[in-house]
Design a protein around this ligand. Structure first.
Ligand code: ADP
Ligand code: MG
Length: 318
């Protein structure tokens, strides 16, 4: 079986959209951007053994490859529309590809995303997804708009995926299925994008760890930040996994990766409205600190002391 049979197998799974004038099968796709919208484009690669454990199922790899990209669009305040898929496979394998597509298209169809093209080559397993979304002209959210005294918000709970990876490494993942699910099937917070568009001054998605990504946002905004350790949203599953080891919990929440939650800042005065709108769209969100003018990102514990974790985040070239 060759490259073209594989592409055909993928193509059969695609659910189209009216704005796809030309999809998979020609030299390039042709997409119609509606008047009044900006095109928002991003790309993320998942490399086997680096971005997902080698034991990850094909379904989960397919799901996660799209989820991490959708998360970037949500952080821009955009609505997802089209995806491209760069597949590097060690061998042509119909069964693997079908299972990969099960995960990929489950999420794509749920968000109305059409796969419009890609590339298929042989090599070490790696998946690159290009994502294309739409946002009203001039409305895209940046990392750079945070203002002094802004509340810092985060969606969902933090640390679950990193603790899921820890559980996997410790051989106890079976006992913590919720954590493993958060590692393998992150939920891109696209439903919250409209709330961010209406209220956020700056936004980023948390992929490399809260501290690392908050530092990106603060630097881009020429500001600092203060985080209250006790306010970090924590799942029941995470509490159960760490038991009395509070330091392990906080370390993974601050410096673990793969959360794919949205981190954004907004005027304090809009707090109640933001909480209400988040509730309406079914996304949990909490205030974890505020933007400061001191240029650093500090974490304060319940006794008012600075908390300094051993690690600050993930950097592929560090
Ligand atoms: P070309 O040689 O012109 O790049 P390809 O043979 O690579 O063409 O691709 C043929 C068509 O199939 C193109 O429309 C391309 O976008 C699409 N395609 C290739 N690989 C994938 C893939 N993994 N997922 C989706 N579409 C793909
Ligand atoms: Mg090609």
């Amino acid at each position: 079986m060759g490259e073209f049979a594989l592409i055909d197998r993928i193509k059969r799974r695609v659910r189209g959209r009216d704005d796809v004038l030309l999809g998979i099968g020609d030299d390039a796709a042709v997409l119609r951007v509606p008047a009044g919208f900006d095109l928002v484009v991003s790309m993320d690669t998942l490399l086997a053994g680096r971005h997902f454990p080698l034991s990850t199922t094909p379904e989960d790899i397919g799901y996660k490859a799209l989820a991490v990209n959708l998360s970037d669009l949500a952080a821009m305040g955009a609505v997802a529309a089209w995806a491209t898929l760069g597949l590097t496979l060690p061998r042509p394998d119909n069964a693997w590809l079908d299972r990969f597509c099960d995960g990929f298209f489950e999420l794509a169809d749920a968000h109305g995303v059409a796969l419009v093209g890609g590339d298929t080559v042989r090599g070490t397993l790696s998946i690159t997804v290009g994502i294309h979304g739409l946002v009203g002209c001039g409305q895209a959210l940046k990392r750079s708009g945070a203002g002094l005294g802004d509340d810092i918000w985060v969606t969902g709970t933090l640390g679950d995926a990193a603790l899921g990876l820890a559980a996997l490494k410790a051989g106890s993942a079976d006992a913590h299925p919720e954590l493993l699910k958060r590692l393998n099937r992150p939920t891109p917070r696209l439903h919250a994008a409209s709330v961010l568009r209406d209220f956020a001054n700056a936004a980023i998605d948390v992929s490399d760890g809260l501290l690392a990504d908050l530092t990106h946002l603060a630097r881009a905004s020429g500001a600092g930040a203060r985080i209250d350790l006790g306010k970090l949203p924590t799942s029941e599953a995470a509490r159960q996994f760490v038991g009395a080891n509070e330091y392990q919990l906080r370390l993974h929440q601050l410096s673990g990766g793969d959360d794919y939650e949205l981190l954004f800042t907004a005027l304090k005065a809009n707090g109640a409205q933001i909480a209400l709108r988040m509730q309406e769209c079914g996304v949990a969100a909490s205030v974890i600190g505020e933007i400061t003018g001191n240029g650093s990102v500090d974490v304060i514990d319940s006794d008012g002391r600075r908390f300094i974790p051993a690690l600050r985040g993930f950097d592929h070239f560090a």
